[in-house]
Design a protein around this ligand. Structure first.
Ligand SMILES: [Zn+2]
Length: 334
């Protein structure tokens, strides 16, 4: 397919730009109504000052337009997904720890620079909207998005609208205590889902078990003087390491329990799993098997459960760009 030709065939104002602003990289792309991404670009994040980061964002937007071979007249708006707390109405980053931001008026500064409407949203909220508009959640009115990575959080779409809750904390199930007096969590509590099943928790469980003498191929990683990561644990589990498999199975059980609770709370058509851990096949198999088992055990959940209830994101490397693009492509969902 001649990509350039297919983009130019769009009407003026029919395309949007999604920008995924992270602590290490800024990725941008031009997105059409079907969720096709053109002109992907990526730059390192300059976090020295907010103005420097925003300059990189503006540069990424212009570069994506150029790389896609479209004119600025094609662009209806720019959506930005950023970490941390966002004042969506005013387009202000209230705080973003990874970026070192506090009260940064992103919308005002970028609109002055780019002369195109900009919308800003928390990156996990944006990812949920991306699944709803472009991903496996397309065409579903009620959707739960569960991100599984260095942190765990859910986002809920009800009747095609993002549900935020009274304090903007709807879906923070990663900080629900699943095990009393369990491992410490970065939120200050103990035994949160995130402290049991997110990436750093898998690494910590493995380190503790190996340190206390459990036999495992992961000992080699520590012998090399390397930092033991969640990737090591997932890889060892997929190669049949007993300890790593036990850690993955336990994490799978906790994640399945979260899906079960979210499903009973919101009765969604689909629960979409995203984030780095959603790419780990052995963990996702464990999650699917345990969710199916809960349907056997729980008569009410059986009425909600179906074989396609829990689905993995299909957006993968474009998830951040598409989530941000959804902010301007479908503003009525926010
Ligand atoms: Zn917590």
């Amino acid at each position: 397919m001649d990509i350039q030709t297919s983009v130019v065939a769009h009407d003026p104002g029919s395309l949007v730009i999604g920008v995924d602003v992270g602590g290490t990289k800024i990725a941008a792309g031009v997105v059409d109504a079907l969720g096709q991404v053109y002109g992907r670009v990526q730059f390192s994040t300059d976090t020295s000052r907010p103005e420097a980061t925003l300059r990189t964002v503006a540069h990424a937007v212009r570069s994506a337009i150029q790389a896609a071979g479209v004119s600025p007249a094609h662009i209806r708006g720019v959506g930005l997904g950023i970490p941390g707390k966002v004042d969506v109405e005013n387009g202000v980053s209230v705080f973003a720890v990874n970026l070192g931001w506090r009260d940064v008026p992103i919308k005002r500064q970028l609109e002055a620079d780019l002369a195109v409407p900009c919308r800003v949203e928390n990156d996990v909220n944006a990812a949920a909207l991306g699944e709803y508009l472009y991903g496996v959640g397309r065409g579903t009115a009620n959707l739960v998005y569960l991100i599984l990575g260095t942190g765990i959080a859910a986002r809920v779409m009800i009747s095609g609208q993002l549900y935020r809750g009274t304090n903007g904390l709807a879906g923070e199930i990663g900080h629900a205590i699943f095990v009393a007096d369990g491992p410490p969590c970065r939120c200050g509590a103990q035994g949160c889902l995130e402290a049991l099943a997110a990436g750093p928790a898998l690494a910590r469980s493995a380190r503790d078990a190996v340190a206390s003498g459990s036999p495992s191929s992961l000992q080699e990683v520590l012998n090399r003087g390397s930092e033991l990561t969640a990737e090591h644990v997932c890889q060892a589990a997929s190669q049949g390491d007993g300890l790593a498999m036990r850690i993955i199975t336990e994490a799978g059980e906790h994640i399945a329990h979260a899906i079960y609770l979210l499903s009973l709370s919101f009765d969604p058509q689909v629960v979409v799993l995203g984030g780095g851990l959603a790419q780990v096949e052995i963990l996702m198999d464990a999650v699917q098997a345990r969710v199916a088992r809960k349907a056997e055990q729980s008569p009410i959940f059986r009425d909600i459960y179906h074989a396609q209830l829990v689905r993995l994101t299909g957006l993968k490397q474009d998830a951040g760009i598409l989530g941000a693009a959804a902010l301007v492509a479908s503003p009525e969902t926010i």
